[in-house]
Design a protein around this ligand. Structure first.
Ligand code: FCB
Length: 438
């Protein structure tokens, strides 16, 4: 790939530039395991909820028009399962028609839709059966995936079955900060096995509908990678405490999808039908890197203390900003997947003042460009996210949007980084100089 244009790093024709969103964080009015969680005191840091969110459900058309007008040629969004199947086995045709209309509109506006089927939320009826660990979850998810594939027709090529399965299992079942609020390693492993079975069953369903209609379905997950390295690479103990989390968090899932087996310690090597070769591409969600220190005072955390990679600025979330981490993560998923095409399905920064974001975008896209030059087959970049939104347990405190959303009116107000991202999307070129504000 050439660097082309004077003063910039040019991306190839057909490279996808867009934003990533998730239904529950933007739509408003959802009834699912998260809406129930939000009602429990203390669960959401600022006491807020996604009851209104940014009211994307009624504003979706003008929202999409705005993003397309800003030169974006792709859009990642998720389908809210609890809307489509509000009761077990009962599908709401109008909800399916709504998302089909969103898909059609993306295409009319010149944006390739990337559709996520599961972005952290479960319908209540499934949450009450055990969510990710419910024995019925894979079959139910496959039926839901098939319903979406039928309803959206040829409009969708790029599918994400599940967003960040390993994050969902870790935060919901080990750290207890998201539903179901569990804190058990064994149940975390059970959830991961369940999510792998859901993903495999969903992938089979998507491919079977595509084959029936002679269409293409490109299936993936959105896999979160967080660089987890020893604080002191020369320390055998730091190396030891970093190796386990790096394997479990960053690599286990990709290896399972390659081999078709649930490797230890999460499984016993059992084979899952449809899991081997279930990825046509890899969606990578990347935000930051951490380091791990050996700490004898923390037996409960397997003697590991995790902290942001030192020497880099921190986002308002306290995440270290080092674009090289994205390049490393792209290499990691390229290698672990056996060289599959990769798409950055999320990357962004919590930054209330929009001071860090311009540099973050330029730096991280330059890192994507470097990874492509190194030989990683990267097809696109979805910025997280379009609008400041409901940021799960953080409520509205952490702001990742290119647009602020005015309280009360919910008017979308472009930040300076929206103009910068527009310029990048239109020119498919990233300024080669480090970006400084103002
Ligand atoms: C990712 C999630 C996304 C958003 C960002 C900040 O882990 O997939 O929904 O919360 O983090």
């Amino acid at each position: 790939m050439s660097d082309a244009a004077a003063g910039g790093l040019r991306f190839p024709d057909g490279f996808l530039f867009g934003c990533a969103t998730a239904a529950h964080q933007v739509e408003g009015g959802n009834v699912n395991d998260w809406s129930r969680w939000e009602e429990r005191p203390g669960r959401i840091k600022d006491g807020s909820s996604a009851r209104v969110a940014v009211d994307h459900l009624s504003r979706w058309r003008s929202d999409l028009e705005e993003l397309a007008a800003r030169g974006q040629n792709a859009h990642r969004f998720s389908v809210e399962w609890s809307r489509v199947e509000p009761r077990e086995g009962v599908f709401d045709r109008s909800a399916l028609a709504h998302y089909a209309e969103v898909v059609r509109t993306c295409r009319e506006l010149g944006m390739e839709p990337l559709v996520t089927l599961h972005h952290f939320t479960f319908p209540l009826w499934l949450a009450d059966q055990g969510g990710a660990s419910a024995p019925s979850a894979p079959l139910r998810f496959a039926r839901f995936a098939a319903a979406c594939a039928e309803a959206f027709g040829a409009g969708v090529r790029w599918w994400v079955t599940i967003n960040e399965p390993v994050v969902l299992a870790t935060v919901g079942y080990l750290r207890g900060e998201w539903p179901p609020g569990d804190t058990s390693l064994l149940r975390t492993f059970a959830a991961l096995r369940g999510l792998a079975r859901m993903h495999a069953a969903g992938a089979l369903a998507l491919r079977s509908v595509a084959a029936t209609h002679r269409r293409e379905a490109l299936v993936s997950v959105a896999h979160h990678v967080r660089g987890l390295r020893p604080a002191d690479p020369a320390s055998p103990l730091d190396r030891l405490v970093a190796a386990g989390p790096d394997y479990m968090f960053n690599r286990w899932w990709l290896r399972a999808c390659r081999s078709g087996r649930l490797g230890p310690p999460i499984g016993l090597g059992e084979r899952v039908p449809g899991l081997a070769g279930s990825l046509d591409w890899v969606g990578l969600n990347y935000y930051c890197d951490d380091v791990l220190h050996f700490d004898p005072t923390r037996p409960g955390e397997l003697f590991a203390r995790q902290s942001p990679k030192p020497g880099f600025p921190l986002s308002t979330f306290g995440w270290a900003i080092d674009p090289e981490g994205l390049r490393d993560a792209l290499h990691l998923v390229g290698r672990e997947s056996g060289g599959l095409p990769v798409m950055v399905t999320e990357n962004g920064v919590a930054d209330v003042a929009d001071e860090l974001r311009p540099g973050y975008i330029v730096g991280h896209l330059a890192a994507v460009h470097r990874a492509m030059r190194d030989g990683v087959d990267v097809r696109g970049y979805m910025h997280w996210t379009a609008w400041d939104n409901f940021e799960w347990a953080e409520g509205y405190g952490q702001r990742f949007g290119l647009y602020a959303v005015e309280p009360g009116t919910l008017r979308r107000c472009p930040k300076p980084s929206a103009a910068l991202y527009e310029q990048i999307c239109r020119s498919r070129t990233v300024p080669s100089e480090p970006h400084t504000q103002g």
